[in-house]
Design a protein around this ligand. Structure first.
Ligand code: ATP
Ligand code: MG
Length: 229
């Protein structure tokens, strides 16, 4: 589904250019659960921004279901993002003056759905992340873990082909972080494709495949052995 071939990415130009990603070759199939690890500044966010069609200014080829993402213009990239990708970030990125219902509604409203039609859909999404009946609450009245669940429900709203999560547990304590990982594992069991960046070895071990990046290069790509599966 995701196929990067000789992808290079630099910030800036000429003598001050900074070569962030160096000859990345990466294939991710539908249904995979991948963790990307590496030190700060190694290029993890840069890589997943390319994978999630947030950044199309790179060299090399990225085939997503046989279309070359390098050829996408801004309109096409944003349409592809809204249709195919769900994003989850470290700091949840919820809109604070909107309630939970309205936060989850955001990606659905781009699809031209009527508010009344999506009421049932949103309660199903909230139920799937363990937040049944929370529609009318404001983000500030939820715990960090609950806010991240709302962000995950919002990311799932358009039934994306894959989820991208950049340090989804980075702002959570270890107990809450384990809860969120249970949720990701459940989504994966139901067939979801998840690409997650993390600093945390324990979090990465919950995935099926661990990719390590150092100075913009993939230095290892290994299957994670699970005791029970
Ligand atoms: N918009 C930008 N302009 C210039 N340089 C950038 C830009 N974004 C990132 N960089 C640089 O590219 C390198 C890789 O950044 P990136 O954000 O991908 O790292 P990361 O692995 O996600 O790090 P972290 O773990 O701290 O999030 C860093 O040296 C960073 O300073
Ligand atoms: Mg980053």
């Amino acid at each position: 589904m995701i196929d990067l071939q000789h992808v290079n990415k630099s910030y800036g130009q000429g003598a001050t250019a900074f070569h962030v990603l160096k000859d990345i070759n990466l294939h991710i199939d539908q249904g995979e659960f991948v963790a990307i690890m590496g030190p700060s500044g190694s290029g993890k966010s840069t890589l997943i921004n390319i994978i999630g069609f947030l950044d199309t200014a790179f060299e090399g080829k990225y085939f997503f279901q046989d279309e070359n993402v390098a050829d996408f213009n801004a309109t096409k990239a944003s349409r592809m993002r809204n249709r195919h990708v769900g994003f989850v970030f470290q700091n949840f990125s919820l809109i604070h003056n909107l309630n939970i219902f309205e936060n989850v509604l955001i990606p659905l409203s781009y699809g031209g759905h009527r508010r009344s039609e999506v009421r049932g859909k949103i309660s199903e999404l909230l139920e799937s992340v363990g937040l049944t009946g929370m529609e009318n609450k404001l983000p500030r009245n939820l715990s960090g873990g609950q806010q991240q669940r709302v962000a995950i429900a919002r990311a799932l709203a358009n039934s994306p082909q894959f989820l991208i999560a950049d340090e989804p547990t980075g702002a959570l304590d270890s107990h809450t972080s384990a809860d969120i990982m249970q949720l990701f594992k459940e989504l994966h069991r139901k067939g979801g494709t998840i690409i997650m960046v993390t600093h945390d070895e324990h979090v990465a071990e919950q995935s099926d495949r661990m990719i390590k990046i150092l100075d913009g290069q993939i230095i290892s790509d290994t299957e994670v052995a699970h005791a029970t599966k």
